[in-house]
Design a protein around this ligand. Structure first.
Ligand SMILES: [Fe+2]
Length: 374
């Protein structure tokens, strides 16, 4: 591609002279304007690699033109030479401060003009090459980063789904807990990125259940105290599975797995953490997880009516739950009811789609054996 030069001068003869010289070696295509305002309008839509602009012109002088050009997208690095004749050093200094790269004397001898123009053309081509390379690299990095993020999310969701299928009859619990958690995180005013990450990491809360033996995890009916103690190890095991990852999302998953059975009053497990000692993501998921467990049908219990589950949260705020998390959850009660009754729209459809497909498959093949709540 030829180097694109923008030439601006109110003298037709000067424009012709410049164009002839700059296009002489066949490396440059020049676009010429007598009016600087028209030239600027054109430069808003087109990328130029090089600009030559006169100083004295009607409507706008060369310095104002350079200043305006520098603000255009891609205009910051473009070499700009101002064509001068009698201008003083003060004017030249002002032009430099406005962003001029060089000056071209109007009455230059043709050899000098030839050399100066050739150097400017080379500079323009080099800047364009560098900018093109930087843009290519930036878009390659952005694409790779996005792909990596998508992979992380998919792996996390598939891992959570594996646990969910073992522990329950469908993957719907995972999705609902994720959605409730996002509502709470958003209402707490947590940063948007953290809300998204809590939504994505919440499904990992019970990942430690993969290590619980079937005869306990899938036992119908009441668990003995010893069996309950084994079930409770899922929090610590989940933390072990996810700990020390360099992936922030998995680190958050580790916090959630370890802390989602802690209680605000310190009577929870596995560490008996209290209040703010419990990571915020775990406090959020604790409310979401319990609410969903209460309101879901299990083989050994009927679902608790939503209003009754709501009362349970209210009665236990400041005891089992962070009161702010309960408050946040209840402040979007209509949405909660929508999710609980399976009518909620899915804003993260791209992420949820694989889950939904797997849930459908699972439903086709019939329910898996049911389990007691932990
Ligand atoms: Fe759990």
């Amino acid at each position: 591609m030829l180097t694109q030069a923008l030439l601006v001068d109110d003298s037709r003869s000067v424009l012709k002279f410049l164009q002839r010289h700059i296009e002489a070696e066949g490396l440059v295509e020049a676009t010429t304007f007598l009016d600087p305002l028209e030239a600027l309008a054109c430069a808003r839509d087109r990328v130029f690699d090089l600009v030559l602009v006169d100083y004295e012109m009607p409507h706008m002088d060369g310095i104002s033109f350079i200043r305006a050009f520098r603000t255009l997208p891609g205009g910051a690095d473009t070499p700009i030479a101002m064509i001068t004749s009698w201008q003083t050093d003060d004017v030249k200094m002002e032009a430099l401060q406005a962003g001029a790269t060089d000056f071209l004397p109007k009455q230059a001898k043709s050899l000098e003009m030839k050399v100066r123009l050739r150097n400017l053309v080379r500079l323009g081509a080099a800047v364009r090459k560098q900018n093109d390379r930087a843009a290519d690299l930036a878009s390659a990095v952005a694409a790779a980063t996005e792909k990596l993020g998508e992979r992380e999310e998919e792996i996390i969701l598939r891992l959570a789904l594996a646990v969910e299928f073992r522990d329950n009859d469908t993957g719907e619990h995972t999705l609902r807990v994720a959605r409730y958690s996002r509502i709470i995180a958003e209402q707490l005013g947590l940063p948007a990125r953290l809300c998204r990450d809590i939504y994505l990491a919440a499904p990992l809360h019970d990942v430690g259940k993969v290590a619980i033996s079937d005869n306990i995890l899938l036992k119908p009916g009441k668990l003995t105290d010893e069996e309950m103690a084994v079930i409770r190890t899922h929090a610590t095991i989940g933390k072990k599975i996810l700990a020390d990852s360099t992936c922030e999302l998995i680190q958050l998953g580790a916090q959630i797995a370890a802390g989602h059975h802690e209680r605000w009053d310190g009577a929870g497990y596995p560490s008996g953490l209290k209040g703010d000692e419990i990571p915020i993501a775990a406090r959020v998921v604790a409310v979401a997880d319990v609410f969903d467990a209460l309101t879901t049908r299990r083989p050994y219990k009927e679902p608790m009516p939503l209003d009754m589950a709501r009362n349970y949260l209210v009665e236990n705020r400041g005891r089992q739950f962070d009161p702010a998390c309960v408050e946040a959850f209840l402040s979007r009660w209509d949405e909660v009811v929508g999710i609980a009754s399976g009518q909620q729209a899915t804003p993260y459809q791209k992420i949820e789609a694989p889950l939904a497909a797997n849930i459908e498959k699972a439903e086709e093949s019939g329910p898996v054996e049911a389990v007691p709540a932990s």
